[in-house]
Design a binder for this molecule. Sequence first.
Ligand SMILES: Cc1ncc(COP(=O)(O)O)c(C=O)c1O
Length: 385
Amino acid sequence: MPHFPASVTSRLPDVGTTIFTIVSRMADEAGAINLSQGFPDFNAEPVLFDRVAHYMHAGYNQYPPMAGVPALREAIVAKTAALYGTQYDAESEVTIVAGATQGLFTAVAALVHPGDEVIIFEPAYDSYAPAIELAGGVVVRMPLHEPEYRPDWAQVAAHISPRTRMIMINTPHNPTGTVWDAEDMAQLAALVRDTHIVIVSDEVYEHIVFDGRQHESCARHPELAARSVIVSGFGKTYHITGWKIGHVLAPAELMAEFRKVHQFNVFTVNTPMQYALADYMAEPQRYLGLAAFYQAKRDRFRAALSGSRFELLPCEGTYFQLARYSAIDERGDLVFVEWLTREIGVAAIPVSAFFADGHDARVIRFCFAKHDDTLDAACERLVKL
Ligand SMILES: Cc1ncc(COP(=O)(O)O)c(C=O)c1O
C-alpha cells in the first residue's frame, strides 16, 4: 500500500468522519432499526424507472447541455411559476446539478470571496460550513434554540456587517423540522434590503410541510427572489436520494457566475435521468401529495411515542422528528445514541452533531421516512424506556 511521503496540510482540519457514517456503522454492527439515515427505506414508483430505461435504450446517453436537459429546466420553471409566482427563464436562470449539496457548494464557491462573511443558522446541515471555509469565507453562526428553533432576527441584524456577503437559509429545516413563515421572510427581506447580500436558500424539503402550512420559498417573495440562489432537488421529493439530481434557480446575473464554476467541477448531470424526471414532473400530484404522505407518517410516529418518556418537539415539516430524552437519561447525546443503538436497537442522530461547538440539549433526531412496520417496530422499543 503506497504512503504519501510528506506531511499533508489539511484544507479542512476540523472535518473527520461524520456522525452519519459513525451511527450507520454502529447500527449495522448492532442490527438496529435505523432511524438515523435521512432517506426513505421504500422505493419510488416503477413508472419513473421505466422512463429511465426508455431513454437509455432510445440512445439518450451522451452529454446533455451544460445547464441541463431543456425539457427538465422548462418543467421546473413551470412548476415554480405555478407554485410560487416567480417566472424564471429556462435558458439563463435554472441549472440542473448533481444533488443539492453540489448546488450549495457551487453557489458558495462562485459567490464568496476570501474574507467574506457568511451567516448560517445552527443546527445546520453539515455541508454549509466546509463549503464556506474552502472558499476562504468566514462562517458566522446564528444559534436556533430548542424547542422551537426559530430565528432571532434582532440577533441576525446585529451580526450583519459590510463584510456580510451571504446568508444561507434552510426551510423546511433539517434537523429541527421548523418551517419559516411569511413573517420570517419579511424580516429577512428587510435585513438585506439595500445591501449586496446574496441569499442561498436550501429548499430540498419544499414539498414536505404539514398542517396546512405553505412553504415560503424565496421564489414566493419577489424582493428575495431577486437576490436568491434557490437550491432544491428530486431526492427527497421522489424518494430517489441516491440519484443525486437537484436544481438551482437564480437571477441571470448570479446564475452566470454559478455556471462558471459548475461547468468545471461537474459540467453536466446524467442524461436519461433528466429526461425521465421531466416526464415524471408532468403529474403535479406526485409532489403535491407528498405532504399528506409524510404527515400521516409523522402522526403515526408521534402517536406511538406519546406514552413514552421522550418529549417530542414540534415537527412542522421535513421527515425528521426531534425528541428530548432528558427524562430517560442524563448523559450526553452521543453517549445516549450509542446506547440506544447498541442496547435498545434503534439508531438516531445526536443533534449536537449539527452545532460547531457541540451544543447538547439532550435532543436526538429520528427519521420517519420509513415503512410503517419499521416505525412501529422502533416505537415498540422506544416506549419501554
Ligand atoms: C438540508 C439539506 N440540504 C441538502 C441536502 C442534500 O441533498 P442532495 O442529496 O440532493 O445533495 C440534504 C440531505 O440530507 C439536506 O437535509
